[in-house]
Design a protein around this ligand. Structure first.
Ligand SMILES: Cc1cc2nc3c(=O)[nH]c(=O)nc-3n(C[C@H](O)[C@H](O)[C@H](O)COP(=O)(O)O)c2cc1C
Length: 171
């Protein structure tokens, strides 16, 4: 009876959270897009993805693998600049079907964006988006970057893993 972590990450912060969760729980960790793990082999799953341009980058992988995952306990963590709230919930619902979202336990974590690390396209897009965003706080974040990474924020995920592991062992 075992669980695993599958994540997708563009600039490394979602991967960092996956590694922190792996260190604290002992669960194996896989880069979903590299495709070197099979989620259907595990009893429960922790999945993670950032929001990039208003969408979860793991959405295609998750839809493709959902048939083999749907019956298992799944915790999903999103990583983003936006804080937990309606805007973020809306992007998550638009990335995945309502059926998928309703079956997962969702946790929202703060991400990191360092302007000097962005590729040329993303750097230009975020500068322009930052200039025109009517929400000036979000606009400043977009153009100047931010670091909301917080190791302690994985605690609810660790609690969920402990609970599920106990249930699975008892079953
Ligand atoms: C190109 C790009 C687009 C982004 N779009 C959004 C967005 O639409 N909404 C949001 O809240 N954060 C957005 N972010 C912030 C990311 O979610 C944040 O930087 C996250 O930590 C990136 O995860 P990663 O390091 O695992 O790739 C964006 C970041 C980048 C680089």
């Amino acid at each position: 009876m075992k669980g695993a972590i599958f994540y997708s990450s563009k600039y490394g912060s979602t991967e960092q959270y996956a590694n922190w969760i792996a260190e604290a729980t002992g669960l194996p960790v896989f880069d979903a897009i590299e495709g070197n793990g099979d989620p259907s082999r595990y009893d429960f799953l922790v999945l993670g993805s950032p929001i990039i341009y208003f969408r979860l980058i793991i959405r295609k992988w998750l839809k493709e693998h959902w048939a083999g995952i749907a019956q298992k306990p799944v915790l999903f963590y999103s990583v983003s600049g936006a804080l937990a709230g309606k805007k973020l919930d809306g992007w998550i619902s638009k990335s995945l079907s309502q059926d998928i979202v309703s079956k997962m336990h969702v946790v929202n974590l703060g991400g990191r964006q360092i302007p000097g690390e962005l590729n040329l396209f993303d750097g230009i897009m975020l500068k322009v988006a930052g200039l025109f965003n009517p929400d000036r706080e979000a606009g400043k974040q977009e153009s100047k970057g931010f670091d909301l990474m917080d190791k302690d924020s994985i605690e609810p995920i660790l609690q969920w893993v402990r609970q599920i592991s106990n249930k699975v062992e008892v079953a």
